[in-house]
Structure formats: structure tokens, C-alpha cells
Design a binder for this molecule. Structure first.
Ligand code: CP
Ligand code: NVA
Length: 304
């Protein structure tokens, strides 16, 4: 892996993504077969959380433990970060104690600055711009179920948010056709659309029509209509996304063996129906489990 950090999928090559996924498969196998892999023995990961989390916190903390290391939870509420200590200083202090930093925050710039001012690997655990760890786990899950990535059609329905941005970049980088249905005003980031326009070996479609996006899809993704930090926009977003639900009617447009992926937490009855969620719960919880294995691979590659 040439990259020193995992700040966004835009920074990774197809080969680097596959290197992570291959190691993740190996670590998953080892974990299930009781084969020890304490490659980060004696190392510490600082985990900065400016937003809530269940999966990210638990999978990083358990992952560090399984790799023989230690993880340190730093929430805004209890650290000086929450009282405004500059990121330049936090980066330099944590670099003196720890071997890596995982951060979940609002601004992508904060993550980029941590990497710039610190001297240890930085891993993005979600920003408003992207969610690279989640999409690495998603790609791992799709590869497990479909035995390949290249040539598949993946589709994202809903808000052009951090998940949409990362799915578009991750999917296209792996040679998958990507179609996105979002209402106007809620489209993916311009930087991501520019990247998509530059890709020549996979197709990108952005439409307002969910059925068009879902047609013949191998995988359908969706995510919440109001992300963390957008709680006050809930009512207006419910109106804007009313036609953008993953339900049986939409699934009928996709391939008969189409998978469903949701990063969770899910809002049943909003972006996805109870029926579709439960019919695909096996795949969705495989996806949640694979956060652990994919992130262990990222940490092993960056922090060893
Ligand atoms: N999918 C995801 O990142 O979940 P958490 O918010 O629980 O970490
Ligand atoms: N888009 C969601 C993802 C949560 C894992 C959010 O940012 O809240």
C-alpha cells in the first residue's frame, strides 16, 4: 500500500483497494479459524469521535484488540478537542503517544489536516464528505457474495451524502457500473461527479428516477435521508425523498438475485421497507461484520 493514510477512496488505486480486500479476507479466515494475527502488538490507535457511532467504534476497538494492540476512545465531550484545541496541536500530541488515529467528524478538511500536521497514519471513520471504511467493507461483502466486482452494476438510491460519494468512487475504481438516483438539490459532491466523469472503463449514471437507476442492478444501496448533523432538516428531507424508497416495487426492476446493502443504522419505513430490509438482512449484517475485517486490514497495512 503506497498511501500512508486512509483519508478518502479517491486517494486509492484499484490495486490498493484489492490489496486491502485480499488481506481482509485472510484476516477474516484467520479470525474464524482461531489463527492468531497479532501484527500490531504493543501499538495504540487513538479514536476521535465528534459524532455518534456503534459499528465504527466497536469494530475499530475490537479490531485493534484482535491485532494485539490497544484502542483509545476520545469523544468530544471529554477531550480538549471539544473545547477547541486546534487540530494541528492535537495531531502533533497524539503522534507522540500513539501509532495511528481514527477520526469521525464533520469536515473532511479536519481529517486531511490531522494527516498533514501529525506523523502517524490517519484513518477516516466518516466525515460529511465520505465513509471509506464502510465502502471497503461493502466491496468486501459484494465480492464474497458475487465472487467478483468488475462488471457488476451497483445502484444507490437517496441522498447524495458521504455514503453515496464513497460508493460512487469505490464502485467505479473497482470497475463496476454505478447508477445513482437522487432528487435535485441532494446530489453527490461535485468532486465525486468530476471523478466519475473522468472514468473510462466503467459507466456512471446520475438520474432523478429510482426505477431507471435500479434497472438490472446487481446490488442496491441506500442510506438515511437525514445524516448526523442534519436532524433539523428531517421534515423537509422526508418530503424531498418521498419517492426514493427501496421497496418491493423498486427491487422488481433489479436483477432477481440483486443484493441489498445498508451501512446502518436503518430507518425502516423511510429509505427502506421492513420487508426488503428483512429479506436481505443476511447480506446487510455480513456487511456490518465486514467492517471489522476490512478495518483490521487497513490498520495492519498502515500501522505495522
Ligand atoms: N455504519 C456506521 O458507520 O455505523 P456507526 O455510525 O454505528 O459507526
Ligand atoms: N450518512 C450517514 C451514515 C451513518 C453511518 C450519516 O452520516 O449519518
Amino acid at each position: 500500500m503506497n498511501n500512508k493514510h486512509l483519508l478518502k477512496l479517491l486517494d486509492l488505486s484499484r490495486e490498493e483497494i484489492h490489496e486491502i480486500l485480499d488481506l481482509a479476507d485472510q484476516l477474516k479466515y484467520d479470525q474464524k479459524h482461531g489463527i492468531p494475527h497479532e501484527v500490531l502488538k504493543g501499538k495504540t490507535l487513538a479514536m476521535i469521535f465528534s459524532k455518534n457511532s456503534t459499528r465504527t467504534r466497536v469494530s475499530f476497538e475490537v479490531g485493534m484488540f484482535q491485532l494485539g494492540g490497544h484502542a483509545l476512545f476520545l469523544s468530544n465531550a471529554v477531550s480538549q478537542i471539544g473545547r477547541g484545541e486546534p487540530v494541528q496541536d492535537t495531531a502533533r500530541v497524539l503522534s507522540r503517544y500513539c501509532d495511528g488515529i481514527m477520526i469521525r467528524t464533520f469536515e473532511q478538511q479536519e481529517v486531511e489536516d490531522l494527516a498533514k500536521y501529525g506523523s502517524i497514519p490517519v484513518i477516516n471513520g466518516l466525515t460529511d464528505f465520505c465513509h471509506p471504511c464502510q465502502v471497503l467493507a461493502d466491496l468486501m461483502t459484494i465480492r464474497e457474495h458475487k465472487a467478483k466486482l468488475e462488471g457488476l452494476k451497483i445502484c444507490y438510491i437517496g441522498d447524495g451524502n458521504n455514503m453515496a460519494n464513497s460508493i460512487i468512487v469505490g464502485g467505479l475504481k473497482c470497475g463496476m457500473d454505478v447508477s445513482v438516483a437522487s432528487p435535485s438539490g441532494y446530489q453527490p459532491d461535485q468532486q465525486v461527479k468530476d471523478f466519475a466523469a473522468s472514468v473510462t472503463d466503467a459507466k456512471f449514471v446520475l438520474t432523478g428516477d429510482p426505477v431507471e437507476a435500479a434497472r438490472d442492478a446487481d446490488v442496491i444501496f441506500t442510506d438515511v435521508w437525514a445524516s448526523m448533523g442534519q436532524e433539523q432538516e428531517k421534515a423537509e428531507r422526508e418530503k424531498a425523498f418521498a419517492g426514493y424508497q427501496v421497496n418491493d416495487k423498486l427491487m422488481a426492476a433489479a436483477k432477481p438475485d440483486c443484493m441489498v446493502q445498508h451501512c446502518l443504522p436503518a430507518h425502516r419505513g423511510e429509505e427502506i421497507t421492513e420487508e426488503v430490509f428483512e429479506a436481505h438482512a443476511g447480506e446487510i449484517f455480513d456487511e456490518a461484520e465486514n467492517r471489522l475485517h476490512a478495518q483490521k486490514a487497513v490498520m495492519a497495512l498502515l500501522m505495522k
